[in-house]
Design a protein around this ligand. Sequence first.
Ligand code: MG
Length: 268
Amino acid sequence: MRQINWDLDGVIVPSESYKAAQWALAKLRQSGVLSEVDYNMLVAGDGTTARRLYDWVCTEQAPLHQFVRGLAGLSRGETLRRLWSAFPEGGNAEDLDHLRDASKESVMGIMTEPIAGTVRFARAAAGRLRQAIVTQTDDASVCSLIRRGVVPGGVFDAVVCCGGNPRLAAISGSSAKKVAAHIAACEQFGVPPSAAIAIDDSVDGLRAAREAGLVCVGLRQAGNPHDLAAYADVVVSDLGPLARPDVIDALANAGPAEVAACLKGVAK
Ligand SMILES: [Mg+2]
């Protein structure tokens, strides 16, 4: 194999839980549980307020912890269904989008750490395999994560944002965009998709990678209710154990059909 295409959200950074917090905070404001003053302070980008509210909705001691944790990694439709069933009061989904958009920067701004196992494996693979981040997250957010060091520098060779490239932005449908983004990331290094591995934590992401012709590794996240096994060649719950030099060697020398065998038995 010659390349790894990395999903960003939920694979390199634990952003699914921060996104779940954005949804929950916006719905709590919309239904009146959260005061306008608190929400406006959050939107104004006060880091202390963002951290206090984030802790209030999703740390382990918080009463809302289980509910918010259950939103991580869900589709938009399922997220909305759960929010409205728990907090029926308030306006419509469009209003909620506006509230959530306004708080995005401040909530994402308190995320400081990437996912440890991912970074260990990606650092070990750097220089042996090309590594591209392939993501639906917008350019500005990815740049901010790189600038703040949440996404480590000197490890990834390319970033392909589905919305950041005019050719990809013109494609309709998020799934078709991600298929094209995988192919574009492979073309960038002259690597055929069949010689590339995609690592993703979502059913939709793995489907797109498989359609693009890549070998698929599912990263299982605690709290994600979906079974990834039907959509991936192999599923692991921590990439850290794959950082061994002998595993990187085996992957670099493996053909598409041998990737799963290289990883099984090393990763859980
Ligand atoms: Mg993801």
